[in-house]
Design a protein around this ligand. Sequence first.
Ligand SMILES: [Zn+2]
Length: 54
Amino acid sequence: MALQNMERLVNKMKQCEYCGEEISEEEYEDERNGYCYECTDDLMTEEEEDIWRL
Ligand SMILES: [Zn+2]
């Protein structure tokens, strides 16, 4: 039973598409493109820089 609970937890964990950091499913769905908060911040900054370049 404990093992099943662990497997369920592991299955619930997603990984950031960028840095591979484990993020919760909740966080994963909340963030764009499956990135963790840190990478979302980085990517947002990059996007802002791209906008400034245009
Ligand atoms: Zn990340």
